[in-house]
Design a protein around this ligand. Structure first.
Ligand code: C5P
Length: 228
């Protein structure tokens, strides 16, 4: 079975504050996107890595990932969903059996999580890395009043890489686009909509998505402490 990976990096990352798209900022002396892509490029069971970028970022992308072997970058879309779809279409000619879809904004993905993703996709066809929730989560209405408190033991935080049979997730993305859907925040939600059963496998609490300036500051401090 041949496994490819898509790295979505076409977002503007505005919640991370000033200083350009968050995936091109440095954390621990390396750009976020280099760290994320390197994990897939180095993995022995991943034969192709497809980056999806914003056309405005072509120059900084090339600089950030110099030295890594990857497919020619393809342009993303207005939403994350559209960016993933673009990556899937770009990979179609490579005919992968399995595809791993990863946020470039998650630089701490490990080889172990990638291996678990490949294994889970091979067994189930569609699987996402999940970690338990430690806070109690509230569902609120438009006014901010609590509508429901889902049972915490059944809740999980979904991470990436999310792993799928290539043909099945490409077909689901094409159907969603045809139906005018553009708002799925992850590929598992799109797969659920398409009627697929989505399994979970063990994620990694360290594999967090960098979103806010606080995320950058905290992770920078953690890396500095690790280096001693
Ligand atoms: O904005 P958010 O943190 O949810 O983005 C998750 C990932 O999706 C990021 O790596 C971001 O660059 C990517 N993305 C994209 N195209 C978009 C929006 C987000 O590739 N239009």
């Amino acid at each position: 079975e041949r496994t490819a990976a898509i790295l979505v990096a076409a977002g503007r990352g505005l919640r991370a504050g000033a200083g350009g798209p968050k995936q091109y900022r440095e954390i621990g002396g390396q750009t976020v996107i280099f760290r994320a892509m390197e994990a897939f490029c180095r993995h022995p069971d991943v034969f192709a890595v497809q980056p999806v970028v914003n056309p405005d970022d072509a120059a900084i992308f090339n600089e950030a990932v110099a030295g890594l072997r990857h497919q020619p970058p393809t342009n993303g879309g207005v939403t994350r969903q559209a960016s993933v779809h673009a990556g899937l279409e770009a990979l179609a000619a490579e005919k992968p059996d399995i595809v791993l879809i990863h946020d470039a904004a998650r630089p701490f993905v490990t080889s172990a999580v990638i291996s678990r993703a490949i294994d889970a996709a091979g067994r189930t066809g569609a699987a996402v890395p999940a970690i338990p929730v430690t806070d109690t989560i509230k569902q609120v209405g438009d006014t901010g009043n609590v509508e429901a408190t889902p049972e915490r033991a059944r809740l999980r935080i979904a991470q990436t890489p999310q792993a799928f049979r290539f043909d099945v997730i490409l077909d689901a993305h094409r159907r969603a686009a045809r139906d005018g859907r553009s708002d799925f925040t992850d590929d598992a939600a799109l797969a659920e909509w398409a009627g697929l059963t989505v399994a979970t496998f063990e994620g990694d609490p360290a594999n967090m998505k960098l979103t806010t300036p606080e995320d950058f500051a905290r992770e920078e401090a953690r890396l500095a402490a690790q280096l001693g």
